[in-house]
Design a binder for this molecule. Structure first.
Ligand SMILES: [Zn+2]
Length: 487
């Protein structure tokens, strides 16, 4: 029996870039076993040596998650569909996060009654709902492409207090999808630009700007002030940190994530459903799954995903409708396919399960958990700077340069001296490298090149290996400064 297996965009590199494959099998276990045989690249990346899926990959059959080991052996029907979904990153009517006391403290003036007229005429919002929106305090973490629509729609909807957190400056490359910033904002702090946007929409909104990185020692103080937190970040460390702080403080998080043409939205509220850790117990190894900045994103996708996030925030405030608590919305805008998957609270969750091990954020090492710090027992990876690499190439040194980037990234900045080997193929193609010659690995940001070196070490390769520090991104001004000079 052929079973259709859908593969999330972030994992397609391990299945010959296919969105859907047909695999023979009568149970999920059989199908996953054959998937590894037919797509050997998936084996090392997605599966443990025991054959079990690695914890950052979830399996759904017809939109229901596989939660226990025995469910892998349940007989499949021909019409069943399997979905493999990684982290990139309910449904009962909800009670409002705003108490009646707080609602009664605010009033709407004539201008507000006119401004919010189209909310007031909705039976499910009305004056009570609009007062709740005005009384609400929402924190938006990350003022990039997802943060843009969230900021705009929550400001337009009349949220009374909006917190905005981002430590970054606007760059030219942001403008393709981060629509709250304009050309004139390049090099300004994102918080300053976002503040201008909010004020232009509604000058009465109270804005708290945090132009700083959220870390273990400041996050609880900041989040503690708010009713709802919107996670519009782009890295795993922030996502786990925000989740954990919100679980401990009892706040709901409206989560959004994207990759290329695909997006995800959920509401994590440990009081009534799963948290982010329940669904995604651990991040993928550094460099294995490309980030949004490495993978690219189509302009309108954040508009869609961020607007759904803003809509979820408003439902939590108004108290009504069906929220995405206990559900994960997955939308593929390229094939125009979307589904709402059921997700469950994990009894073993280290923060919201029955025996939590994380009780203080400051005691948990987020850098280490997300693989951002080299541990002492790991052999450090040697790096080479762009200047050194250029000098060696110009000197005519015999070196091998291996480009481990994706094809679409190589098309932007090509490195003609390099041979191309995707990370998934490195172990079996190590014969193409000469262990007597220095090999330099290059990627976009210098993370996947480190993963490449560790992968080859694990596979027994003994030759000298270097990672281009900071990748092409930090070296491009040096490497590509005289176009054609030596490339
Ligand atoms: Zn949990």
């Amino acid at each position: 029996m052929q079973i259709q297996v859908y593969i999330s965009a972030t994992l397609r590199a391990f299945a010959e870039r296919k969105a859907k494959v047909e695999i023979e099998g009568s149970t999920v276990r059989e199908v996953l076993g054959r998937l590894q045989d037919e797509y050997p690249e998936s084996k090392k990346a997605l599966f443990e040596e025991s054959g079990a899926l690695r914890p950052f990959v979830s399996v759904f059959v017809n939109e229901a998650p596989i939660a226990t080991d025995s469910e892998y052996d349940t007989a499949l029907k021909e019409t069943d569909k399997i979905l493999l979904l990684p982290i990139i990153a309910g449904g009962a009517p909800t009670e409002s996060v705003i108490s009646d006391e707080r609602r009664k403290e605010v009033s709407l003036d004539d201008a507000e009654i006119e401004r919010f007229n189209k909310h007031l005429m909705l039976r499910d919002i009305g004056v009570k709902g609009q007062k709740r929106i005005k009384a609400a305090k929402v924190l938006i973490v990350g003022l990039g492409s997802l943060g843009s629509p969230v900021v705009q729609y929550l400001a337009a909807a009349g949220v009374g207090t909006i917190g905005i957190a981002d430590f970054d400056e606007v760059s030219l490359g942001n403008l393709q999808s981060q629509v709250i910033h304009g050309t004139r904002d390049v090099h300004r702090p994102k918080t300053a630009s976002a503040k201008d946007t909010i004020k232009a929409i509604n000058p009465k909104i109270k804005i708290e700007a945090y132009n700083e990185k959220l870390e273990s020692d400041n996050i609880a103080n900041i989040i503690g002030e708010y009713d709802v937190v919107v996670d519009c970040t782009d890295n795993y460390k922030s996502r786990y940190l925000i989740n954990d702080a919100c679980v401990l403080l009892g706040k709901p998080v409206v989560f959004g994530a994207m990759y290329q043409f695909e997006g995800q939205v959920s509401v994590f509220d440990a009081k009534s459903g799963p948290c982010f850790r329940c669904q995604f117990p651990s991040p993928p190894p550094v460099g294995l799954v490309p980030t949004c900045s490495e993978g690219g994103v189509i302009s309108p996708l954040p508009g869609l995903i961020g607007s759904i996030q803003a809509n979820e925030v408003l439902k939590l405030i108004i108290g009504g409708g069906e929220t995405l608590i206990g559900k994960l919305l997955v939308a593929d805008t390229w094939n125009l396919h979307s589904s709402v998957l059921n997700i469950h609270k994990s009894e073993n969750c280290p923060i919201c399960g029955s025996n939590p091990t994380i009780t203080e954020i400051e005691d948990f090492d987020y850098e280490d958990f997300c693989g951002l710090r080299q541990t002492e027992e790991e052999t450090p990876v040697e790096v080479i700077t762009a200047e050194e690499l250029v000098a060696r190439i110009e000197r005519g040194d015999t070196i091998t340069i291996v480009d481990v980037r994706e094809p679409h990234e190589r098309a932007i900045h090509r490195f003609p001296n390099a041979i191309v080997i995707p990370i998934g193929q490195l172990a079996r193609r190590q014969k193409e490298l000469d262990p007597d010659i220095d090999t330099v690995f290059i990627c976009r940001e210098g993370k996947r090149s480190i993963l490449a070196i560790n992968t080859l070490r694990d596979a027994g390769y003994k030759g000298p290996m270097y990672s281009l520090a900071g990748g092409i991104e930090s070296a491009k001004n040096i490497i590509f400064s005289h176009e054609g000079a030596w490339l």
